[in-house]
Each structure stands twice: as C-alpha cells, then as structure tokens.
Design a protein around this ligand. Structure first.
Ligand SMILES: [Zn+2]
Length: 283
C-alpha cells in the first residue's frame, strides 16, 4: 500500500485544507482506516490525522495517548478511531512540547484543554460520545486541529527546532504540565490563527528580504535563517562553503543556490499571505 507522508516542506498548502466529513454511504472509509493503521503500526507517533497521509477526510487515529508508554515502543497501539469528531466542550489547560509528523523538526510549546467531550462515529458508523482527559486530550486536540488545517506551530507560544533523537531528553526536562483542570478553554478561531500566521509571515518576509539585501554585502545572518528554517541547515551550508567554521561568526556567505532558494521562499511566503487574505475576505 502506498502512503505518502505530507509535510510542510512540500505540502503546506495541502495540510492547510479543511478535511471533508466522511460519508458512510459513499466513502470507502474502512480502506482509509486500514491505511492509517498500517502507517501507525510502522511509525513512532502518538496519533495521526488522515490528511497527514494524503486522505483529506475527518478521521483521527489514536495510537498512544499515554505518557507512561514510551513512544519508541512502536508495537503499542490503542487503535482508537474517531470519524467526523465534534468537540462539545473544552475545560482546563495543559502545556506540552509538541512535535508533529508533518512539521519536520519543529517543536512547539502548546496550550491545550485538559478535558474535552467529543461526539464522533466509530468504525461501524455508530455515534459515540466520550470524555478525553489529560494527555489523551492533548493528543486528540492536536489531531482535531489537523482536520481544520491548523498546525501546532500556528498556536504554539514558542517554537524551537529539535531533531527527533533529542526530543525525549528535552521532554524529560520539560514535561507535560497540567495548568488547571477546570475553567473554560477558549479555542482560537481559524481566522484568528491565520491572522497570527499572516503577521509572522510578514515578519519573516521582511527578515528574509533583509537577508537577501545583506547577501550583496556578504553579511547574511545564518543564525536567523536557521531559526526560521530549522530543517534547512544553513549553518552546515556555511561550513561547507567556508570549510573553516567559526561558531563566533554570526554572519556568513551563502551559495548562489541558497540565494535562489531564499528568493523562492520569499515569493512562496508572499503567496501564502495572499491566500490567507483572500480566505479572510471571503468570510
Ligand atoms: Zn501533527
């Protein structure tokens, strides 16, 4: 079975779409679930939203919603499936350094509801109502956002870049935190989230444009680029070019290729911004 993992590297627009409700009459949704299951069985993950593997339907697969079961234990699988889920209430607040199969090495500190009540359909098409508490609410909330094209980075208070191998240690030092078990959890709307993205994109465009200008003077702030591009390792590129890396030097030289990529990124970001504005105007 062929499955392609969608990531923000190439498929950000795809991941931004709003997934469609499953039609129990028309859709071969059991086949979709088989694909989700196969993917989760092979992958270190807490859970998966169908859109992440190229199925833009409102299906969530929960694999490991427990903090006491190691993520590395790939064989552990709760195999809980939620179709067309709808949240009817959210309470309390928790915080966790989240990562995402679709978001490369970006880790974000995200506040989520401590408790959610969710109505959904099970694999047999039967309507269910369930309360999700603690860490399972965090995991599910992250996946439900995917169904609306929202990524953890969009709502994170802080985003850092950290490879998968280092996350476990980081999370031991910065574990899952319950801030409150009661009280309303106010979810930001897609429009509010997009406004923040727009604002961030604008800031990044400005900084990248500055970096491009600075390129002419051979004074590119590579740390800045690393900060925004995590997975694209500009510092490594600098090492390759200069051969003699000096950690104290903040600015460096970029290759012609890197500059072209940068220019492409600026225009891509501008396109993204245009789309967000268009979506907003339609509403
Ligand atoms: Zn995710």
């Amino acid at each position: 079975m062929e499955m392609i993992r969608k990531t923000i590297e190439k498929d950000e627009e795809y991941l931004r779409q709003i997934s469609k409700e499953v039609s129990f009459k028309k859709d071969d949704y059991k086949k979709d679930i088989e694909k989700l299951e196969e993917f989760c069985n092979q992958t270190e993950c807490f859970a998966l939203a169908a859109v992440q593997i190229g199925i833009p339907k409102r299906i969530v697969y929960l694999k490991n919603t427990r903090l006491d079961v190691d993520l590395e234990d790939v064989s552990y699988n709760e195999a809980r499936i939620l179709i067309n889920p709808k949240v009817t209430s959210r309470k309390g607040k928790t915080q966790y350094w989240e990562a995402c199969l679709s978001c490369l090495d970006n880790m974000g500190l995200v506040t989520r509801p401590y408790e959610m009540t969710v109505e959904y359909y099970d694999i047999e098409g039967k309507k269910q109502k369930e309360k999700f508490e603690g860490f399972e609410s965090t995991v599910l909330s992250h996946e439900l956002d995917h169904l609306d094209g929202i990524l953890h980075m969009d709502i994170a208070e802080k985003v850092i870049v950290m490879p998968r191998e280092e996350r476990k240690k980081y999370r031991e030092k910065h574990p899952y935190k319950i801030l409150s078990k009661t009280g309303d959890y106010e979810r930001k709307s897609r429009i509010e989230i997009n406004e923040k993205r727009l604002d961030n994109s604008l800031k990044i465009v400005k900084k990248l444009e500055k970096a491009l200008n600075d390129f002419e003077k051979n004074q590119v702030d590579l740390h800045l680029l690393n900060q925004y591009y995590g997975s694209k390792d500009w510092l490594k590129e600098k090492e390759e070019i200069e051969k003699k890396p000096n950690p104290n030097i903040k600015a460096g030289v970029l290759s012609e290729d890197a500059v072209w990529n940068l220019m492409e990124d600026v225009s891509e970001l501008k396109n993204t911004m245009k789309k967000i504005i268009e979506e907003k105007e339609q509403k």
